[in-house]
Design a protein around this ligand. Sequence first.
Ligand code: SAH
Length: 341
Amino acid sequence: MIDILSLNLDELKQELAQFGEPAYRAKQIYEWLHIRKISDFDEITNISKQLREKLREKFCIKSLNMQKRLVSSIDDTVKYLYMLDDGNCIETVFMSHNHGNSLCISSQVGCRMGCRFCMSAQCGFVRNLTPSEMLLQIYRAEKEINSVVVMGIGEPLDNFDNVKKFLEILPMSLRHVSLSTCGLADEIDELAKLKLGLTLSISLHATNDKDRTAIMPINARYNLERLLSSCANYFTITRRRISYEYALIDGVNDTEENAYELAKLLKKLPKGSYHVNIIPINPVGANCVRPPDTKQIKTFSTVLERENINVTVRRTLGADINAACGQLRRGELCSPDKKEL
Ligand code: SAH
């Protein structure tokens, strides 16, 4: 069975040509799939019953099976645990902001990047998500989605071809899409060449190679100099400002010195090409990472402001529903009887 939601329009045209169907028919069906977001071929009313039968024989429309739906009592964040057709689970997080609704989607089942502070890394890697499995997280959302962040479980640039196809099929302006990476520099260069309008977020989290390699193994493959040169190149080609994510971890990367070092690092980049998001780390699992106290967070951000670095301190959303990356799936894998909120 062919996963029809993972086909782009050209591929669908080629498939339907084998049935002797004209290109406009493929366009019609594509719209049913991606604009009306149908989940069954029977919902297509403007094609013959015979063609619907033929479609059903050759193609499948994948599904997502909602296993859990946790609503935060602090804010409007909703976290979903979905089961895929093969029994694997992924997470999707819905967030409501003043400027609209955004959805944080997963790109892989698990992750192989091994960041020390991340829950997804602790569970290992199972497989890449298909374009359809990324699209379905958005299509099956309960509310209208105005922006998408590819920042859930997985490293999107480690699943480059499927993510690229997902972005190609997604019926939304890529101006409303952000993609977060731990820093696969070669893939950032590839992405730049595509000249898409999306916003790139870089999970930086440290200000020198020694500290970064200690918490993010990817830094041993692409060090800060290599990563930041790809970022500069990305900005030069796309003119899209990059977000640098910096999760403050008590005693690891949170000193005033670190803040100055961060400012120095960023100032080497093209003017106007960067923005820093500071996030207090979310303590996960048994790895003992803790956020610094509010005073330390303030000191860190004040240094950046004084150094004229554009900075936002993010509040943590959905803290009561394990909304941080991979926590729900991990909870499911490791303690199935965990109390549901
Ligand atoms: N692999 C991609 C996207 C998924 S992780 C990436 O690394 O960017 C999404 C974001 O959550 C990243 O910035 C990641 O560093 C951050 N993150 C992971 N664990 C976290 C934790 N315990 N607390 C706060 N942020 C965390």
